[in-house]
Design a protein around this ligand. Sequence first.
Ligand SMILES: [Zn+2]
Length: 85
Amino acid sequence: MVCFLYQNQTNRHVIIGKISKNEARVKFDEVIHCNNCGKQVPGGLQTGKSYYQTKPFEIELEQFKKSYLCGICRDKNRLENKKSD
Ligand SMILES: [Zn+2]
């Protein structure tokens, strides 16, 4: 799956979609739950103004929410992937 997101552990807004270099950004909040443990996570997101609320944006947002893992579950996944190498 192609993914444009840059995750971090703080409360800064996570970038999804595309933002051109000098483009205005739209910040918005979504209710997001970890798809593994169900924990609600801070859903502060941002994207480029021209991309916001377009069809590709809606699709990407859905994909993002469907595949989201919290930091703890992501770390677990990483460890498990290592084991199976
Ligand atoms: Zn989790």
